[in-house]
Design a protein around this ligand. Sequence first.
Ligand code: C2E
Ligand code: MG
Ligand code: MG
Length: 764
Amino acid sequence: MPSDHELTQSIALEPRLRTALVVAVLLAIVPPLTYAMVSLGYLGAHAAFVAELQAGRLSKYIYTHEKMWRYQKVRLAEILELDDAQLSVTGLSIYDADGKQVLAVGLRPGTLSLTRRAPLVSAGRQVGWTDVSLPLTHLALEVLTLSILSTLFGISAYFARARPLHSLNRAITQLEDFSHDLKTRTAQLYEAQSLGRIGDWSYGFGDRTLWWSDEIYRLLGYDRASFVPRYTAVMAIYAEDGAEQLIQSQKQARKTGAVSTVDLKVRRGDGTIGQFAITTKTRYDDTGKATGIYGTIQDITDRKEAEAQLEQLAYHDPLTGLANRALFQRHLDDMIGRCARSGSGGALLLLDLDRFKDVNDTMGHTIGDALLVKIAHLLARTLGHDHFIARLGGDEFAIVVECGAGGPDVESIAASVLESISGTVFLEQVEIAIGTSIGIARVLEHGAGVTELLRNADLALYRAKEEGRGRSVMFEPGMDDAVQQKVAFANELRTALHEDAGLSLHYQPQIDLASGRVTGFEALIRWTHPTLGNIPPSVFIPIAESSHLICDIGSWVLRHAVVQAKAWLDAGAPPREMAVNISVAQLWSTDLVNDVGRVLAETGYPPELLCLELTESLLVDQEETRVRSVLKALKQHGVVLALDDFGTGFSSLGYLTQLPFDKLKIDRIFIDGVTASGRRTELLRGIIGLGRGLGMTTVAEGAETPEEVELLRELGCDVVQGFVYARPSPAPEALTFALRQDAAALSAPQTAPSQPVSPRRAHG
Ligand code: C2E
Ligand code: MG
Ligand code: MG
């Protein structure tokens, strides 16, 4: 490529053309001019010679005829000795001393001519002169002809010189345009390379030299002066196994002749690592022989970082920053492969937070989210970087434990996770009880694929939740069947509820010991399974409780029981209380308070005749403030609150006394066999005394014999609910019993049922 300077020099056309023009003009002018000058000189000399010659001859004659010569024209003409031929090309005039023409011969006057003069002398004195004229017409013609020829020659010479110069000029102009274009394009290319962070390189097989463009030096941060791109030096800048990969890529390019690209990590001049895409292509000569390789190096660090960010987005949970389900599955799959190859063990731990849904529903998603983040931190702190943690969605987390030789066993890892996720945490000044259940499945032993492992860990998790949460359970073969059955049950129960088929309520009367009258009923749910028949609530209620189903069932029971009680009232029955069991899950997950208010408003049932039974277990593990506020809100509706199954939970008496319960339902275990044991009688006396002392109505559950009823009356118990009076039964029978019992009480009040009424044995 010529430089700008060279180009400007090579195209100095104007002076050359000017020179050509000057040469042409000189060629046109100089020869005729020279010829004319020389010819004139010659003619002048000739004319002067003739004039001198004739003057000599004449002077001689004049000397002898001094007086008369002026009048002797004929004689003078003879002396001249000019014949006709000479006189046609020569003119001669003689003048006397006074300038008077004496004789004129030859040329016609007016002919273009050249004249030379010579004096006529006689006795040393000038007596006149003679003019000799030679015609110039011929010379003028010659000079004209010569001028025309010279001009033609000059013009030819000019064009002979100028044409190639013009062609050259055109070529140069084109070259100049091309060069300008090329320069622009080259600049654009450099700009594009710089923008695209691309540099080019080449390597010749012949001289074995590697060439780097300036852009490569710039991109890699090396100095051209100090870094010579020699083989060993260049190979050393590739990090990890980059050099090996590059060699493979270049071999590929040589083998196929196509472009080969490889992304590598390269150590820059300042020691930092960048990511570069290196392309290689083979260069061939005309004979098809490979002469070298060349290609580009592009800085793709930004792109790789963006890809990493995308990967982060695609494979991580945005809330907690933990791996998401997609990455978890990939990791678990890899781990299973590693375990299979190495024979080492591994395990999958599935975590499900206890009562997370309650937190979310009652405290809002912001706190719910904050809790998930907190749990993620707790997990990360407990497990460090040793194990893989993922959030699978909702409140489900997974831990992939890779147990190498000498590492802690899975159970102790699960134990430390349980310990870290327990107790209470404070989030935005709110105290939240946390806990988790864990299901564990061992890699290969409990599943050789992701799906199988996940399913088995899930089964173990299900069992853990069922066994009371806050624990870990290892998968066992056989769990599958049991759980499968429960899952099937849950689905069938859901169908029964949604289709309102198979679910019904039975009512068990409650008898006031003082009056002997039926003062209330407890509504107890019954499920008739399409193929298995009656399923006891002790079986299906826990299943419903391990999912959200219990809340829907609770609403269904509440509505049906209240509608029934209202129907009885409307039919003219005396006012009796209707007791409905409320599950803990209902208390936390649904808007129970509004639900109760809505049912009361819609049915018009008196609130003071609705009793809500809450089990003592609800008080365990829950935040006191929340329990208190829900109970207070329920009380504001005017309903009665009963503490069910009293004595089976572990709540502190101090705590119980602060809650607004109206009734204490003493659990059956305190009644069963009480008449046979003095110690148990004392225990029961204490419980009844406690209830009375707190101003609560005491209700004894599960009295089966008249003796038990008698003892309860003695101990001061208010109400009895037991098979001794009636089993739970459908509404018509329950009402029939109540009418009969009330009638009997009227005739013989305050008597224990000496002949306990045994309604048709109902299931339950
Ligand atoms: P619970 O609320 O303590 O209900 C009393 C249970 O004691 C009933 O069992 C009743 O049939 C039984 N029972 C009453 N008297 C006697 C007796 O003299 N001897 C014996 N052996 N048992 C007696 P059931 O109907 O099987 O209900 C069991 C539990 O299932 C209930 O205990 C309650 O916790 C739960 N449950 C029943 N219906 C519902 C419901 O609608 N919602 C909720 N959340 N739980 C319910
Ligand atoms: Mg109950
Ligand atoms: Mg009970």
